[in-house]
Design a protein around this ligand. Structure first.
Ligand code: SF4
Ligand code: SF4
Length: 389
C-alpha cells in the first residue's frame, strides 16, 4: 500500500488537529478488507487461508462507507484478498471518494486493465499495485508466471488513462540489496511511487522460512539506501520511517494508527495481527489492551517492522521533531555508524493462538444465517401456496 502521508496537506492538517485536541490515540489510515478471496496464492500471504464459506463473504458497500465514517481516518487503504474481485468495488470507491477520503486501492493488478472503466481518475484515488521485484523475482514471489508482465501492462494502461499509480513491495529474506536497487530504478523509469515493507511473519503464511528478522531488515535496508545515494527513488514513506528501517530510530509501533476492518469486524490490535474482533471502532479503541502488543511485549510482534505499525509512529515523531525530520530530508538516511538500541525481547508474553476459534465462530454464524434465510424462503413459499389455494 502506498501511503503518501506527507504529500497530502490534508493529512498533515488532520495530524495537527489531533495533536491540538490532545488526542492520545487516533487513526491515520483505515485498512478496509471487504473480502479475503484472491485470484493468487502467494507464498508469504497471511490473508487467504480460510475455508470457502469465509472467502465467499463480502462486506457490502454500505458497510464499507459506514466503517470509513465510524473510523474517521482521512485515508482508506483497500487491501484484501483482491479487492477487484468484489462486484461492488467501483461503487465502494466512488462512495469513499465522494466522502473525500483518500483511497489507496491495493491490487495484484491481474484484473486491473479489464476493470479500469469502473473508476474515474481523481486526486483522491491511487492504485497501489503489488510488485515485489523485477519479473523473475515477482513471479516467484506470487507463485505464478506472467503476473509481472500483466501488472506492468496494467500500470501503464492506468497511467495512460490519468490514474495515479504506486507500487508496493513486500521484502523477504534472501533478496539481495543490489536486486532491490535495480527494482527501485525500474519503478523510477516506470514513473511510479513505491512503498516497501518487510514482510510480517504471518502465522498462516505457507512459507515460514523467508521472513526477515529485525537485525537482517535493518542491515538490508542500509545496503539498499546506500546503493540509492544520488538516485531519485520516489518512496511513498516519510523520511523517518525509512530512517527507522535503516536502524537509526528506536520506535515502538502504533497499532491503532492503521486500524483494520474486515468481514469479522474491527480487528484487534492491528492489520497484521488478528487477536479478536469488536463490533464498533469505538469498542476497538476502548477495549483493546494496547499496552500488551508491540515488539518486546508480545511474541508475535518480535520481528515486526511493517509500515502499518511504524509509519504512524514516524508520522507522530515528525510532528514532534521537525528539526530531525528536516535533517533526514536534507542529508538522506544514514547508512553507516551505530544503530539505535534494539528492543529487549526477554519480557515478551508468549503467543496466543485464536485463529481456529475465530474461524469456527464465524462458520457457526454463517450456518445460522443460511438456516434463517432458508427458513424465511420456505415460509414465503408456503404463504404463497396457501394464498393461491
Ligand atoms: S495478491 Fe495479496 S492477497 Fe492475494 S495472495 Fe498475494 S499477497 Fe495474498
Ligand atoms: S508490532 Fe505492532 S504493528 Fe507489528 S504486529 Fe505487533 S502490534 Fe501489530
Amino acid at each position: 500500500m502506498a501511503i503518501p502521508f506527507f504529500k497530502e496537506l490534508k493529512i498533515g492538517g488532520y495530524l495537527i488537529k489531533q495533536k491540538m485536541l490532545g488526542r492520545k490515540r487516533y487513526p491515520l489510515v483505515l485498512m478496509l478488507e471487504p473480502l479475503f478471496r484472491c485470484n493468487l496464492a502467494c507464498a508469504g500471504c497471511g490473508k487467504i487461508d480460510y475455508p470457502d464459506a469465509i472467502l465467499n463473504r463480502r462486506m457490502t458497500a454500505q458497510e464499507c462507507w459506514d466503517a470509513a465514517e465510524e473510523c474517521g481516518a482521512p485515508m482508506v487503504a483497500i487491501p484484501g484478498g483482491e479487492p477487484l474481485i468484489h462486484k461492488e468495488i467501483g461503487e465502494i470507491v466512488r462512495g469513499l471518494v465522494a466522502r473525500k477520503k483518500f483511497v489507496s486501492l491495493c491490487t495484484n493488478a491481474m484484473l486491473l486493465e479489464k476493470k479500469l472503466d469502473l473508476f474515474e481518475p481523481s486526486p483522491y484515488l491511487f492504485f497501489s499495485v503489488h510488485l515485489d521485484g523485477l519479473k523473475e523475482h515477482h513471479d516467484e514471489s506470487v507463485c505464478q508466471d506472467g503476473v509481472f508482465d500483466r501488472a506492468v501492462s496494467a500500470i501503464k494502461a492506468a497511467k495512460a488513462r490519468g490514474f495515479t499509480v504506486n507500487v508496493n513491495a513486500t521484502i523477504f529474506d534472501n533478496y539481495p540489496a543490489e536486486e532491490i536497487a535495480k527494482f527501485l530504478d525500474f519503478t523510477t523509469e516506470l514513473g511510479v511511487g513505491v512503498s516497501m515493507s518487510p514482510g510480517y511473519a504471518y502465522e498462516r503464511a505457507p512459507d515460514q522460512e523467508h521472513f526477515l528478522n529485525r537485525t537482517k531488515t535493518k542491515k538490508l535496508f542500509r545496503d539498499v539506501f546506500a546503493l540509492g545515494k544520488g538516485k531519485k527513488w520516489n518512496f511513498m514513506h516519510s523520511g523517518l520511517f525509512l530512517d527507522f528501517l535503516a536502524g537509526n530510530q528506536e520506535y515502538h509501533c502504533t497499532p491503532w494508527g492503521m486500524p483494520a476492518r474486515n468481514i469479522f469486524g474491527w480487528q484487534k490490535p492491528c492489520y497484521l495481527l488478528g487477536e479478536g474482533y469488536t463490533k464498533t471502532f469505538k469498542e476497538l479503541m476502548e477495549t483493546t489492551d494496547w499496552d500488551s502488543y508491540g515488539t518486546g511485549k508480545y511474541e508475535k510482534c518480535a520481528n515486526c517492522m511493517a509500515h502499518c505499525g511504524y509509519e504512524p509512529t514516524a508520522a507522530t515523531a515528525a510532528l514532534n521533531n521537525p528539526l530531525k525530520t528536516m535533517w533526514v530530508a536534507l542529508r538522506g538516511v544514514r547508512t553507516t555508524g551505530p544503530m539505535a538500541p534494539e528492543i529487549d525481547l526477554t519480557k515478551q508474553r508468549p503467543a496466543q493462538y485464536i485463529f481456529a476459534q475465530q474461524v469456527e465462530k464465524t462458520l457457526t454464524e454463517i450456518r445460522k444465517d443460511e438456516a434463517a434465510a432458508a427458513a424465511a424462503k420456505q415460509a414465503a413459499k408456503e404463504q404463497k401456496a396457501s394464498t393461491a389455494a
